[in-house]
Design a protein around this ligand. Structure first.
Ligand code: DQA
Length: 147
C-alpha cells in the first residue's frame, strides 16, 4: 500500500515562510520524518508539493490506479479556493486526512471555509509540523487496526 502526501502552494517555502505562523521546519524535514515512519510501517511513501492546481489534480487522478491507500493532504491556499481539487478527491474516493500547520479558524475569516473538510476522514490543524505526524498516526491506525 502506498501513502501519498500532497502539499499545496507555497509549502515549498516552509522554514522561511512566515515562521511565526508555520514554524521553522522545512518541507524536506517534514517529509523525511513521515517517510521514515511510513516505511517502517511497511508502506510505500511518496510526497509531492506543487504550486500548480493541475499538477495536484493529475496526481490525485493517478492515485486511483497506483495502489494509493491513503492520502495526507495539505491543500494550503487551495483549501479555500479549489473546487477542482475537491472534485478529484471525490472522484477517486481514496480516504484522506486534511492537514494544516496553522489553525485556519484562528486566522482571517476567508480561511474558515474549506472545500475539503466534509469529504475528509478528519482534519488536523494548528500543531505545526506535528499536524502531519498526528495525521500519519491516524492514517496508520486506520490502515492497520490493532487486532
Ligand atoms: C495552511 C493554511 C492555509 O490557509 C494557507 O493558505 C496555507 C497553509 C496551513 O498549513 O496552515 O498556505 O494550509
Amino acid at each position: 500500500d502506498r501513502l501519498l502526501v500532497l502539499h499545496g502552494p507555497n509549502l515549498n517555502l516552509l522554514g522561511s515562510r512566515e515562521p511565526e505562523i508555520y514554524g521553522r521546519d522545512t518541507l524536506a524535514a517534514i517529509d523525511a520524518g513521515l517517510r521514515a515512519r511510513a516505511e517502517a510501517a511497511g508502506m510505500a511513501f511518496e510526497s509531492l508539493q506543487s504550486n500548480a492546481e493541475h499538477v495536484l489534480v493529475d496526481r490525485v487522478q493517478a492515485a486511483a490506479r497506483d495502489g494509493t491507500a491513503f492520502i495526507l493532504l495539505n491543500p494550503a491556499a487551495f483549501t479555500h479556493t479549489s473546487v477542482a481539487l475537491r472534485d478529484a478527491l471525490a472522484a477517486v474516493a481514496i480516504p484522506f486526512i486534511e492537514v494544516h500547520l496553522s489553525n485556519p479558524h484562528a486566522r482571517e475569516p476567508f480561511r474558515r471555509q474549506s472545500f475539503f473538510s466534509d469529504l475528509a476522514i478528519g482534519v488536523i490543524a494548528g500543531f505545526g509540523a506535528a499536524s502531519y505526524s498526528l495525521a500519519l498516526d491516524a492514517a496508520l491506525a486506520r490502515l492497520a487496526p490493532a487486532s
